[in-house]
Design a protein around this ligand. Structure first.
Ligand code: THU
Length: 135
């Protein structure tokens, strides 16, 4: 699975966004170490706090099926579905990634198939609090 293919799956997932309150559509495509992809989109709620980000939907779908080893995630998003810049994962999603992923976990932040950048979880969440601090 190439970065670009993962990015197109994230763009496809974004179309399913349920975001009547913010108007921000977000899509994520999570690649497991075995090569399977779990997609996610953001799901908002009238009570606001139950809202879940696209990245966490993808990660929780995988975890709930017993899959816990991941190598990369592609994330795209934008107001009213217009992807004109990078939509970086929020702090809560970074912390959820930290729970299951190593520093070299790759995060592909896309605008379109021609413009995207990759960053690692170690770069995105330095000096983090992780399971090894608790176990
Ligand atoms: N959102 C995500 O899906 N992922 C992030 O990492 C940041 C924010 C969603 C949540 C909400 O539906 C909308 O974007 C605006 O915050």
């Amino acid at each position: 699975m190439t970065d670009l293919s993962l990015l197109s799956l994230a763009l496809e997932a974004m179309e399913k966004s349920y975001s009547p309150y913010s108007g921000c559509k977000v899509g994520a495509a999570l690649l497991t170490k075995e090569g399977k992809v779990y997609t996610g989109t953001n799901i908002e709620n009238a009570a606001f706090s139950p809202t879940v980000c696209a990245e966490r939907v993808a990660i929780f779908k995988a975890i709930s099926e017993g899959v816990t080893d991941f190598s990369a995630i592609a994330v795209v998003g934008g107001k009213n579905g217009r992807v004109d810049g990078i939509f970086a994962p929020c702090g809560v999603c970074r912390q959820v990634m930290r729970e299951f992923c190593d520093d070299d976990f790759k995060i592909i932040l896309g605008i379109n198939e021609a413009e995207y950048k990759t960053i690692t979880l170690g770069e995105l969440l330095p000096l983090s609090f992780s399971p090894k601090d608790v176990k």
